[in-house]
Design a protein around this ligand. Structure first.
Ligand code: PCA
Length: 199
């Protein structure tokens, strides 16, 4: 059976939880669309998260990779179109604040997602879940992880669907800080739909 590496992130900044963790933990070891789900939680640490995703790809040899992240403030599910070769943004969980550094000196300026992002948006919407392609994943850890996975597949000449999907906050987070939010079950349903769109 084919294998999907599905990653989420630990909580970061002032978010008490990260809804991507519960989704990954709920879906790991299950089978969706002919894929066995390998679920892993990544750290929010510029000094090690990129290596974590590369190590997981080398260990599991997945046929596809979907990484999930929280995009607090967004109202829709947003598959990312592109990852850029740049680290920037607020402090990570170790207190390090990036300042526009290059992620990979021998890497491309950017890599496009190889996930079926148009289909993911279309099928989510058909199922009543608001979704839209995003043209920027930012330059924080979500972009960093997407960049590392795509760089790995490109440089190893492996044709595997790989990319990143940002999710809105869950209601639990919105109780603490007012922002657009979805139920945890809708967030999980949208991720199941995204997996069902994989070739
Ligand atoms: N979202 C952050 C990093 C971890 C997460 O869940 C981001 O959008 O970069």
């Amino acid at each position: 059976m084919k294998k999907l590496l599905l990653t989420g992130f630990e909580p970061f900044l002032d978010h008490a939880i990260n809804p991507t963790m519960a989704i990954v933990n709920a879906l790991k070891e299950t089978e969706i669309n002919g894929y066995k789900i390998i679920g892993e939680i990544l750290s929010v640490d510029f000094s090690k998260t990129g290596q974590e995703i590369v190590d997981l790809i080398e260990m599991h040899q997945p046929d596809a990779v979907i990484s999930l992240g929280l995009a607090s403030g967004r109202a829709q599910l947003t598959p990312e179109r592109i990852a850029i070769n740049c680290n920037d943004g607020p402090v990570d969980n170790t207190g390090h604040k990036p300042d526009g550094e290059t992620i990979c000196h021998d890497g491309a300026d950017g890599y496009f997602s190889t996930l079926p992002i148009k289909a993911i948006v279309a099928v989510c919407r058909e199922n009543g879940l608001p979704a839209k392609i995003s043209n920027t994943a930012g330059a924080y850890l979500c972009n960093n992880v997407m960049y590392h996975a795509l760089h790995y597949f490109k440089t190893h000449q492996l044709d595997r669907p790989s990319g990143f999907i940002h999710l809105p906050a869950s209601h639990e987070l919105a109780l603490e800080k007012a922002q657009p939010s979805w139920s945890q079950s809708d967030l999980e349903r949208a991720v199941r739909i995204a997996i069902s769109c994989l070739p």
